[in-house]
Ligand binder design. Structure first.
Ligand SMILES: [Zn+2]
Ligand SMILES: [Zn+2]
Length: 396
């Protein structure tokens, strides 16, 4: 079905249409279905919301985990996508940020309540209302704008992480705007992808672990998240950065981006022994699991040096457990922590990532591959095959 989205955009810009906006989005009908492009209708832009014409949408592993049905709280059909950048085309009547105007190009990230204890303490990634907020709006009674399928009027869960960026036009929460960005085709695609995945791993290293030059950092799993961790450790001048993966190509890229050593763990019977050997017998000061696999988590904990910290960043299925030796933890003062969204405050941290990239010391561009918006399936196929690290859809 032909979409007259440009007409819609034009009318939204001049304020004549802020209701019943027809657009198209990748809709997930149920778990394990493919993302299918469908015509949807957005209702009015309410309160603290903004209408965004998406330019770029990053695909994050969390979208794929939700697609697999591993997060039961999410109802279908749904529009996912929680990284992106685009133009503001309408502004809700209660938007409080006076710096936002029609036509601004903005980078988006996760939404927060801004009022809970964690938000007030500067840890919005741990917003106490995040679990509900991130699962988005379903029906009008939620008080937020929502979307419906044009063909049969069924409600579609939208505002996933406050955004639902897998949509040509989307209504987002005001709190999702991380920064205004003077659009340039060179930077916009990679910075669009900072909203979750890049921010998560860079933040884990820069905001939470904060390794020093004489520390060792071991990164397990060298996808977009793990490679960003390698880059962040290199940015800090960490002396020993060890990348662990089963893909020769990923190990090669990790070396290019700053890993001082790599370990091909494919078929390796005892990774822990190898890491202890590489760290001179003392163990690793910091380990990061970007995979979400319990065996890997147990291994990384075993790799820790005295006073070392192991961080889980990769999302694992619910209900999984790992075993650890609490006496070792006590005597060696070891820590095992989880880190969500890099404990980042996007309004503060995403501008920092942009500045780091521009300094030439944080080459995000090497991780991103842009696909035309019609090529979602190809992007996912390439992602699964390990051909690309970070696919980003371009809408126009
Ligand atoms: Zn909060
Ligand atoms: Zn994500």
């Amino acid at each position: 079905m032909a979409i007259t989205h440009l007409d819609t955009v034009a009318s939204a810009v001049d304020g004549t249409t802020q209701k019943n906006i027809r657009t198209e989005a990748y809709v997930l009908e149920k778990a394990n279905d493919p993302f299918r492009l469908q015509v949807i209708v957005l209702d009015e832009v309410r309160g603290n919301e903004l209408l965004i014409e998406m330019k770029y949408s990053g695909i994050c592993h969390t979208d794929l985990i939700v697609q697999s049905g591993a997060i039961p709280a999410l109802e279908f059909p749904a529009i996912l996508g929680h990284e992106g950048a685009g133009y503001i085309r309408a502004i809700g009547s209660n938007v409080t940020r006076t710096d936002l105007t029609l036509g601004d190009f903005v980078l988006l990230s996760f939404n927060t309540c801004g009022a809970c204890k964690q938000c007030k303490r500067g840890h919005p990634a741990y917003c106490l209302n995040g679990a509900k907020l991130h699962m988005g709006a379903v029906r009008p009674e939620d008080g937020s704008s929502h979307a419906r399928l044009a063909k049969d009027g069924r409600s579609v869960r939208s505002q996933f992480f406050g955004q639902s960026t897998f949509s040509r036009m989307t209504i987002v929460q005001e709190s999702t705007v991380a920064m205004k960005y003077p659009y340039d085709p060179e930077g916009a695609a990679m910075f669009a992808a900072c909203g979750c995945e890049f921010q998560t791993e860079a933040g884990t290293v820069l905001n939470v672990l904060k390794p020093r030059e004489d520390d060792s950092v071991v990164v397990f799993g060298l996808g977009g998240v793990g490679l960003t961790a390698v880059m962040a450790a290199k940015f800090l001048g960490v002396g020993r950065i060890i990348g662990v993966d089963i893909s020769g190509e990923r190990l090669r890229v990790a070396t290019e981006l700053g890993a001082t050593e790599v370990v091909d763990s494919k078929g390796m019977p005892d990774v822990v022994k190898v890491i202890w050997g590489r760290t001179g017998g003392g163990g690793a000061d910091f380990c990061i699991d970007c995979v979400g696999n319990t065996a890997i988590i147990e291994s990384m904990i075993e790799c820790l040096a005295k006073c070392g910290t192991a961080a889980s960043v990769g999302v694992m299925p619910p209900g999984k457990t790992v075993s650890l030796d609490p006496q070792k933890h006590l005597f060696d003062n070891k820590r095992y922590i989880g880190v969500l969204e890099g404990d980042s405050n996007p309004i503060k941290f995403i501008p920092e990532l942009v500045a780091m990239q521009r300094s030439g010391k944080f080459p995000l561009k090497k991780l991103c591959t842009t696909y035309p918006w019609q090529d979602m399936e190809q992007a996912l196929t390439d992602m699964h095959a390990g051909k690309v690290i970070k696919p980003v859809l371009q809408w126009c």
